[in-house]
Design a protein around this ligand. Structure first.
Ligand code: ADP
Ligand code: MG
Length: 344
């Protein structure tokens, strides 16, 4: 963070909003009215609009001790875009609302917005509004993301059919292990503030936690290759919990093979270091923001052409329940541990 500290009070609410949005660019043809009026106006040219919103509270959803504000701004946008991806929608616009106390300087908010703008550039979305309010102490962030789909081409959690292949993008469990490392380094730092952690060796896992990416690339690839998933969800709470959403929503069952669950090499090493099981991390760790979806068996050949997609199992009758077959061939019932939003 820079040395300078400008108090928010020197700008006032409107001055601050102007300061944060002065250089705001628009890149979407449909942005008819952006920041500056009572509301934004968006033309979607005959497409259907998809909307999602998320709220993040300091101390509950993020810890500023190890989360740089720029990363936080990026991540707050990316996780909303991930929800749009999970509907097979193309992101177009966001709004960003913040609750701030005088603990934060204008420079700190600038850093946060640098992350927000970097994500806007990366995902080609326009920031078209928001709200700025004061909070007593913690930092509060609420982001709404808007996207578009060709009429009735959105994909829900409830369309999985018996014999569908279960697919997942990228690798799982990395973000959870990155978080474990950051939490450990935080404890060490609190006990001995002189020690600076060396996280360079662990850039994959730490990076996956601090700066996750939404899989817009996979959504584009699926559209280009005419693959229409029958059901889809993004992996924010861990594979088990997301699979159970699809299975219960679609009134089906599933079988997943442990050896097929994609795990990054660095995550394997870290799990070993922490005495954790990689499959448990993949099943119950959160915040990977990969996509979990099902496709008809006839799409197998097409799907197998993408290195980003792993087939991890198949959909069964509801009576079969939801199971994991371990490497040793044992059958375990899948249970949702995930993140409990109400657990502290
Ligand atoms: P109103 O009182 O009509 O809600 P505001 O003064 O809150 O208007 O906001 C003025 C404009 O600035 C609006 O276009 C609003 O969407 C936008 N805005 C406010 N806060 C933010 C923010 N934190 N980030 C981006 N845009 C913002
Ligand atoms: Mg307002």
């Amino acid at each position: 963070m820079s040395e300078e500290r400008t108090e928010i009070s020197t700008l006032g609410e409107f001055g601050l909003i102007r300061h944060l949005t002065d250089d705001n660019e628009t890149r979407q043809a449909g942005t008819l009215m952006s920041v500056g009026d009572d509301a934004a106006v968006i033309d979607h040219f005959g497409k259907q609009t998809v909307v999602t919103t998320d709220m993040l509270l300091e101390g509950v959803h993020f810890d500023l001790m190890y989360t740089p504000l720029k990363h936080l701004g990026y991540k707050a946008v990316a996780v909303n875009i991930s929800d749009l991806c999970a509907m097979m929608a193309t992101p177009t616009h966001i709004t960003v609302s913040i609750g701030i106390s005088n603990r934060f300087s204008v420079e700190a908010l600038d850093e946060f917005y640098q992350g927000v703008y970097a994500a806007c550039e990366r995902y080609q979305v326009d920031l078209v509004g928001g709200d700025t309010v004061s909070s007593l102490k913690g930092f509060v962030i609420s982001i709404t993301a808007i996207g578009e789909v060709t009429p009735n081409k959105f994909v829900t959690r409830t369309g999985a059919q018996v014999n569908d292949l279960i697919c997942v993008t990228g690798t799982l469990g990395s973000a959870y292990l990155g978080l474990q490392l950051l939490e450990r380094e935080k404890r060490i730092f609190l006990e001995n503030p002189g020690v600076q952690p060396d996280l360079q060796q662990r850039s994959h896992t730490v990076g996956r936690f601090l700066k996750p990416e939404a899989r817009t690339d996979v959504v584009e690839w699926l559209i280009e290759n005419d693959i229409v998933p029958r059901s889809m969800i993004d992996v924010s709470d861990g594979l088990s919990s997301e699979l159970l959403h699809i299975v219960t929503g679609s009134k089906v069952g599933c079988v997943v093979h442990e050896e097929k669950i994609p795990v990054h090499e660095e995550a394997r090493e870290m799990a070993l270091e922490f005495g954790l099981d990689t499959t448990t991390c993949a099943l119950n760790g959160g915040e990977d923001y990969e996509l979990l979806f099902t496709v008809a068996q006839s799409d197998y050949e097409k799907i197998s052409r993408s290195e980003q997609i792993s087939v991890i199992g198949y959909i069964t009758d509801a009576q079969e329940g939801a199971h994991l077959i371990t490497r040793q061939g044992n059958k375990h019932r899948l249970v949702a541990q995930g993140w409990n939003a109400f657990e502290t």
